[in-house]
Structure formats: structure tokens, C-alpha cells
Design a protein around this ligand. Sequence first.
Ligand SMILES: Cc1cc2nc3c(=O)[nH]c(=O)nc-3n(C[C@H](O)[C@H](O)[C@H](O)COP(=O)(O)O)c2cc1C
Length: 181
Amino acid sequence: MFLENKKIALAVTGSIAAYKAAEIVSLMVKEGAQVRVLMTPEAARFISPLTLKTLSRNPVISDLWSEDEGWVPGHIDVAGWADLFLVAPATAHMIACFANGLAPEVISCTYLATRAPVVIAPAMNCNMLDHPATQENLDRLRSRGNIIVEPAAGMLACGYEGRGKLAAPGEILEHVVNIIG
Ligand SMILES: Cc1cc2nc3c(=O)[nH]c(=O)nc-3n(C[C@H](O)[C@H](O)[C@H](O)COP(=O)(O)O)c2cc1C
């Protein structure tokens, strides 16, 4: 097992590709990783928190304001716990939050609070990806040392053909293993 006892925070954002997070969690757990999932309310429209809770064997963190756990805020707790912070799929919106240091919800707060390596796997419509705003944001994240897993080209869920598909779960796993495995 390549990820024995490695601690991975997986952030899932509101892309149509969010259902693929289930396979990503499953692959990492099979490699021996401990996984804690964070998700935005938009991500929860695409995949059930119950699915990710069950596959990751841990409660899903989605509410910045939750009072369910101990005194340490959830985003600070998971930010300090993680050996690696993986964002898959990452929306244009979340990438913009990261690039600009905005922290309106639990995932962007965790991004700012963690000192773990960050791996970001974007997924979006090809025009959204190619837009100079998104490209400049991605360049900014690369320049900070964040790893961007390049999206694949092909037929997109929105009906367009081009670059923007979430990289294959196996390819995302390879990046994770290369960094902390
Ligand atoms: C059906 C549907 C599919 C979407 N897919 C994507 C996507 O793949 N990538 C993306 O960047 N935004 C996508 N969006 C837009 C995001 O859901 C929207 O920007 C949302 O505010 C993102 O929230 P979050 O980044 O906080 O999760 C989609 C919206 C809808 C309605």
C-alpha cells in the first residue's frame, strides 16, 4: 500500500465531476490512507455527503459554522491534521478564491490555514478553463508551488468538446503518491 497511514484532506467542489470524488476516495483508502472529506453546498448537489462519509470512513466537513465537534474550528483542525490537501474536482470559483485569498467557506479557509502540500485538479467547461481569469489564477497557484493536475480533453458533460475534464482518478492518485507516498 502506497499511502499507509498518510492523512489526506480531500476537498470536493461544485462541479458536475464531483461524483468522481467517490472513486478518488476509494482508491486512496485502498492504498491505506486516512481520508477526511470537505465539501461545499454546491458539491453536495452533485454527490451525497453520505456516500463520501461512508467511503472515507469519516464525517464530512461542510459547514464552517458547525458546533458539532470540539472547540477547534473544523477547518483549522483538518488543515493541521493533513499531510496533503487535495482539491478534486476544483471549480473555477474555488480556484479564484484560492488565487485571491478569499475565505468565505470551509474549503477556502482550510486552503489558507494548511501548510501541507496542495494538489488541485480543475474540472470545468473548456471556455471557463481557457478564460484569462482562470488561467491567470492557475498560474498564480503554480507560482506558489501548488500542483495543478492538468484537466483532460474530450467531450465535456456540458456538450462542448475541449479541455476541462477532470483528470482520471488514477492519475490524480499518482500525483498524491508521488508527493507523500
Ligand atoms: C449542472 C452544473 C454543472 C457545473 N459544473 C461546473 C464545473 O464542472 N466546473 C465549474 O467550475 N463550475 C461548474 N458549475 C458552476 C459551479 O457549480 C458554481 O460556480 C458554484 O458556485 C461553485 O461553487 P463552489 O466552488 O463553492 O463549490 C456547474 C453548475 C451547474 C449548474
